[in-house]
Design a binder for this molecule. Sequence first.
Ligand code: SIN
Length: 331
Amino acid sequence: MKYLIGSVSALALSLLASSAYAQCDDGEMVIKFSHVVAASGHPKGDAATMLADRINDEMNGTACMEVYPNSTLYDDDKVMEALLLGDVQLAAPSLSKFEAYTKKYRLFDLPFLFSSLDAVNSFINSEDGKGMLTIMEDEGYTGMGYWMSGLKQFSANKPLEVPSDASGLKFRVQTSDVAVAMIEAMDASAQKLAFSEVYSALQTGVVDGQENSWCNIYTQKFFEVQDGITNTNHQLLSYLLVTSTEWLEGLDEEVRNQFVSIVEDVTKQANDDVAQKEETCRQNIVDANGEIRELTEEQRSQWLETMKPVWEQFEDDIGADLIKAAEGSNS
Ligand code: SIN
C-alpha cells in the first residue's frame, strides 16, 4: 500500500477526500470498506480508520484497505448487494437495516431494552449475542462483530418532553418495522429514509423529527435544523461489521486468521471507546448552542409506558427467550 503524497491532480485530491487510502500496490488484496457516517469524530468512522491503519500496517504487501465514508460509495441498502457481488468486502450497517435478511435483529430495536451501553456490551459478548453474528450465513453474509454506536435520542422541530408532544408529527426512521411501530405508538407517523437524505428532509420540512445517536446528530448537524434534542436514550444504535461469507472463506487460512484477529482487536477497542465518544459529541452540541432537554423521572416513565407495548408485536419474530436474555443483561 502506498500513501499518495506530493503532487496530485484535482481528481486524485477529490478521491483522497472521500477514501482514507487511495492506492494499493499491485498484488495486494484490496479490501474496500463502505459506510455512511462521518470519517472521523464518530464511533464507526473512527473504528473503520483504526481497522484500515492496522491492516495497512500489519498486512502491508498482502492486503490493503480503502475506507469510503459518508455514503460516497454505497448507501446501506446497496452495500449489501455490493458485498455479494464482490464490489466491496466490508460494511457496517446498523442492525435496524437487516430486515430483509433476518427478523431476529429486531431484538436490538426494541425500545428501552438496554439501560446502558455496559448492558449492551454484556449481551453482545454472551453466547446468545455471539450466536446472532452468524444467523445470515444462508443469505451469504457473516457478521464479524458488533460495533456499538450509542443510545438514540429524539429531536423535532418543536419541544418534545412527553410522547404526546410528538402527536401528529412525522419522524424519519431507518428501514426498521420496530421503529415504525414505536413512532406510531407515539401517535406520530414514520418515514423510512436513507441516512444521507435526513439533513435535507429535516431542513425542508419533509419530516419534522428524527431519532439518532449523539454522534450522528452532531456530525450530520441535525441539531442545527431542529428545535432541540430530548435525552430519551430510547433505543440502541449498533452496527454489524459484515462481510461476504464466500469472500471470507475464500481467503488463504493464514491471511484469514490474521485479518480476523485484527478485526477482533479493533472491535474490542472501538466498543471500549464508544461511551466517551458519545459524551464528546453530546458536549459538542451543547458548545454549538444546540438545545438539549433532560427528562424528569415522571416524563421518562411516560416514554417507557408508551413504547413498551411495541415489544409484544415483535416477540414471535425475535423469540421470548432471546428478549429475556437481553433484558437480563441490564442487571
Ligand atoms: C449509521 O449510523 O450508520 C446511520 C444510521 C441511520 O441511518 O440513522
